[in-house]
Design a protein around this ligand. Structure first.
Ligand code: UDP
Length: 307
């Protein structure tokens, strides 16, 4: 296959690129380096089947030759990042989705959209099944990401229904692993960086909010299965193993052997109180479920941050 990945120099995009190259496919990566880094794809640049182009996905995308699949993974994805780049986040999700769907239609390529558990907002239902419509504040600080991705899903379904593009919508829940940016502001990189330096571990609120963390290799396996499936409606991809943020902070402190104190800082606006994917659809239809336990994945991530 010949596969295009937008945001391919980002955390998830670079793992996807590596995965497909490893399977013998040809990979073209587009990234504008707002949150992606050249470091993430350094190991791929000399691969004969790898091409990189610096491009903003909100501009017209020109790719010569055939394409079998388009993965639209370009977007700031950490709450700190999308608060810093609100307009770019809206544009990547809206204009970028339009451009990449147009490209997939033209090339008769399959299309995989990186959607998100944020479409459920601060959910009133837990765990969250795909049938839940969500509880999103459109004008809050997270609205720029949540609404861009909700628009992206609507656009993908419209291209599917109108132009028969084979779209696949992955609702990606919290994912962690090597190549997360140290300073991307999310809980896992923050806690690991703080713990390794024996600096205070910053838990927001009282740390009672929950998240369910999926190791990146599990996620990539799920996305690959989604690409090869015949499901065109959204599918949750994530690990249902749910923990409070305080538990996560304590676990990282233990695994790093850190002397850090745990401190409590204010909870960000609209921070979801619970998050846990209902993955019955993926289990049944994709024959996929995550395999890496949290402790194992965290150890591998800590190792990456230490190096
Ligand atoms: N969080 C925290 N301390 C930090 C960073 C994040 O307590 O230094 C909390 C954050 O408020 C949220 C959870 O950890 O409740 C997960 O945050 P993250 O930024 O990783 O992603 P989110 O799931 O909110 O998109």
């Amino acid at each position: 296959m010949r596969i295009l990945i937008t945001g391919g120099a980002g955390f998830l995009g670079s793992h996807l690129a590596e995965h497909f190259l490893g399977q013998g496919h040809e990979v073209i990566v587009l990234d504008n380096f707002i949150t992606g880094t050249i470091e993430n794809i350094k190991g791929l640049l000399n691969h004969p089947d790898f091409t990189f182009k610096k491009q903003d996905v909100t501009d017209y995308i020109e790719v010569s030759g055939r394409l079998d699949a388009v993965f639209h993974f370009a977007s700031p994805a950490s709450p700190v990042d999308y608060a810093q780049y609100p307009i770019q986040t809206l544009k990547a999700g809206a204009l970028g989705t339009h451009k990449t769907l147009g490209l997939a239609k033209d090339k008769k390529a399959a299309y995989v959209l990186a959607s998100t558990s944020e479409v459920y907002g601060d959910p009133l239902v837990s765990p969250q099944p795909e049938s839940y419509w969500g509880n999103v504040n459109p004008i809050g600080p997270r609205g720029v990401y949540d609404e861009a991705k909700r628009f992206a899903e609507a656009m993908a379904m419209a291209y599917h229904r109108t132009h028969r593009v084979k779209v696949h919508i992955a609702r990606i829940f919290n994912t962690y692993g090597p190549r997360m940016r140290k300073n991307d502001g999310r809980a896992v990189p923050n806690f690991i960086t703080q713990a390794i330096a024996n600096k205070p571990i910053t838990v927001y609120g009282r740390g009672r909010q929950t998240r369910s963390l999926c190791f990146v290799t599990d996620l990539v396996r799920g996305l690959d299965k989604l690409l090869h499936s015949s499901i065109h409606t959204p599918v949750n991809i994530g690990n249902p193993d749910e923990h409070t943020i305080l538990e996560l902070a304590r676990l990282i402190k233990r695994l790093t052997g850190s002397k850090s104190r745990i401190v409590f800082n204010p909870l960000p606006v609209d921070d979801p109180k619970v998050r846990r994917p209902d993955i019955r659809l993926a289990v049944r239809q994709l024959r996929w479920k995550p395999a890496i336990p949290l402790e194992d994945g965290l150890k591998r991530t800590i190792e990456y941050f230490r190096n």
